[in-house]
Design a protein around this ligand. Sequence first.
Ligand code: CA
Length: 420
Amino acid sequence: MALMKSWVESANSPETDFPLNNLPYGVYDLGDERLFCGAAIGDYIVNLTRLEEEQILDLGGPQLFGWGTFSPVIEAGDVAWDRLRLWLQKTLAQGSPVEETVKRYLDPRAEARMHMPFDVAEYTDFYAGKHHATNVGTMFRGAENALPPNWLSIPIGYNGRASSVVVSGTDVVRPNGQLKGPDDALPHFGPCARWDIELEMGAIVGKPSDSMVSVAEADEMIFGYVLLNDWSARDIQAWEYQPLGPFQAKATATSISPWIVTRAALEPFRTSTPERERPLLPYLKEPGPMHYDIALEVALAPEGKPETVITRTNYKELYYSAAQQLAHHTTSGCPMTVGDLLGSGTISGEAKDSRGSLLELSWGGKEPLTLDSGETRSFLEDGDTVTLRGAAIGDGYKIGFGDCVGKVLPAQPIPDWAKE
Ligand code: CA
């Protein structure tokens, strides 16, 4: 597929995350309290809220864009999804007869402050990266027991907290928690010293289910994708997760990129999951390519210093697709709802510089990274800013996600009653 040309000039640049082929959805304000729903196009956002108000955009149902969230659009179902995408593509295409009218509804993206694009109903986080699971398993249990025995058969995961999902740009406060180092006789309470990132993708469920669904049905239930940083407290995790968990180590914050890239936009970038090392049970078999080729990177910038890209990898490294994870999620009869967010699991490649967490990049703190500023890092310091980026690379264009940014703030002081 080639670049679809738009009358919005900046959308035709091979550098932009947001050509006409993409059209991701986000929620923003322009400096006051008013929230708008919009679609990104080049350096601009098409203001869908105002276009609907003035009856230039009418998808033939109830009001969809006046609620400060894309959840009503997602709930409206795939006929509405297709109508909206088609309307935007026709309206913004080069030669569109309504260019002069719609031009008045473009807001400069640089002036927009982004908000949560949808209401997160529930949050589940998977563990589908084989290189990640192998690396973590090797560090924690030794090379012989690196992969858990179920790993090649089950897309394993845990139920997380929707309340801790935040949009890019939200500062993240280092957590306090119960800690016990390998040489400590007893645990103590204090700030996390091994504060980490996890490079993931998030899939947004757009259709509900009340019984087991096939992988093909699961794929059609997915509305779109975001970048996802699953902030993780490795020291809290190491002490608490025996045998349950993760719990407090993963409950502080999960950042998502502000633009929902639709499944429709990613369609040309479908690819297959890696070859199976152990046959999957029939319910997990994929009828076709269910995965996506999306280049990913993470940059780290100490306070007041330039950033260093610390890892580069690809979404396709994961062993299980989001559709497989969603299909597995439904096997218990667990009802899935519109707005469910599924974290993919940390995405690490095979090479050392393609690992998706500092735990792996610094090998548990034994091999600190040297940043371009000359500073070293095993885990995050206060004031560090972490940026996730991702894009599916087409011929002369890309389907980008926009940055997923978070800055680390110092831990809260520990109250006197919690001190020993
Ligand atoms: Ca995770």
